[in-house]
Design a protein around this ligand. Structure first.
Ligand SMILES: Cc1ncc(COP(=O)(O)O)c(C=O)c1O
Length: 383
């Protein structure tokens, strides 16, 4: 078998730039003291790592005030913090049929236990969500809308600015899990009031990193309370960002890796990364279109999607197809429902799901061609 091909970038990015690995190693070997807790030199250098990570994330987001960025474990924790820390009993929240369970599960729990009303706007199978669908569902008690910037099932990109305009001032929470590190977040933050990100996907950092950006003037109650190294004389959680949302010792070496990943992205250029991923996506979609057997989901044009393409192949279950791709061709994909059952209901692929191919900077056109050849071979075998 020739070299393996990793097409599961939407789950987590691989490989990581060498600078990321070096930064984690250096932080663990050189500065593994507790940041923000002591005044000795090792603690200060750990604090600097966290500070620099915050600064570089803010730079990527086009924000001057890095204190509005709080770090946590991943986007799931960030979304839980935002949803549980912002919504109150009796609130109505709008979301979409494309959301990941990291939005739907906390919302379902809030609906069952906190009298929060949840309404999901349907997203068409081939098009982005229609912003007017938000406007027509607004109620007096609508307190928040939550939308992913791009779907992890079809890759469709949501029109964030138009959605915000349709919301008539209602705050908007954006799940940027699939876009941070690929699409520019600065224009998104002109519209979003809260943005959740994860560090290990296109931001190229290690797992165990992510966070929340909160617009100045907006308050999100913490999910977790505890030591911050600040205002230690008080037994109440500090109210100021980022400490309000950062109880407990942070993942310093993970943040060192995340900062290196973001620096690498800034040096490489978001435009170049996006252009490369668009090329790969177009190449893959064009190749599929020339074959008998595959059905693919989401927008016809790559311009409306990130580099995520879900398919089914006549005669194959998604799990058998993913297994054959891995075992016979060394091609790694993800089969099933991708933690987004409602999205699969919307595109008609529930309960078996699809096989998802997702590409990143380190994938090549040659790899896409090998993936297409493998899909073609398996398509012929099934008939
Ligand atoms: C749109 C979306 N939201 C949330 C998540 C959850 O990401 P994490 O596991 O990093 O919290 C993912 C990734 O699987 C995703 O694609």
């Amino acid at each position: 078998m020739s070299d393996p091909i990793y097409c599961d970038q939407a789950a987590t990015s691989f490989p990581k730039p060498a600078a990321v690995i070096e930064a984690v190693h250096e932080a663990l070997s050189g500065h593994s003291a507790s940041p923000g807790r002591s005044a000795h030199r090792y603690s200060l250098s750990a604090s600097r790592i966290v500070f620099e990570a915050r600064e570089v994330i803010a730079e990527l987001m086009g924000q001057e005030d890095s204190d509005r960025v709080s770090f946590g474990l991943n986007v799931t924790q960030a979304l839980n913090t935002a949803l549980l820390g912002f919504l109150r009993p009796g609130d109505h929240v709008l979301t979409t049929s494309m959301e990941h369970n990291s939005v739907m599960r906390p919302l379902t729990w809030l609906a069952e236990s906190r009298r929060i009303e949840v309404e999901a706007v349907p997203v068409p199978a081939r098009d982005p969500v229609d912003p007017r669908e938000f406007r027509s569902r607004l109620r007096k008690n609508t307190r928040l809308a939550v939308v992913n910037h791009a779907s992890n099932v079809t890759g469709v990109i949501a029109p964030i600015r138009e959605i915000k305009a349709a919301l008539d001032g209602v705050p908007l929470l954006v799940d940027a899990a699939q876009t941070a590190g690929v699409l520019s977040l600065a224009p998104v933050l002109d519209s979003a009031d809260i943005l959740a990100f994860t560090g290990h996907k296109s931001l190229l950092g290690p797992t165990g990193t992510g966070g929340l950006w909160v617009r100045p003037g907006l308050e999100v109650e913490p999910l977790v309370r505890g030591g911050t190294g600040s205002r230690s004389e008080r037994e109440e959680q500090p109210g100021f960002m980022p400490d309000a949302l950062e109880a407990g010792t942070p993942n310093t070496h993970g943040l060192a890796g995340l900062a290196a990943g973001v620096r690498w992205i800034l040096e490489t250029g978001l435009d170049r990364i996006r252009a490369h991923e668009l090329d790969l996506t177009r190449r893959f979609l064009d190749g599929l279109a020339g074959m008998d057997g595959p059905t693919w989901y989401g927008p016809e044009s790559a311009d409306f999607r990130v580099a995520v393409v879900s398919i089914n192949l006549a005669g194959w279950s998604p799990s058998d197809l993913a297994l054959a791709l891995d075992r016979e061709f060394g091609i790694m994909t993800r089969a099933g429902l991708h933690c987004a059952p409602r999205a699969h209901r919307g595109i008609g692929t529930f309960p078996t799901g699809t096989v998802r191919f997702s590409f990143g900077w380190f994938n090549t056109a040659g790899e896409v061609d090998r993936v297409l050849a493998a899909v073609d071979e398996l398509a012929r075998r099934s008939v």
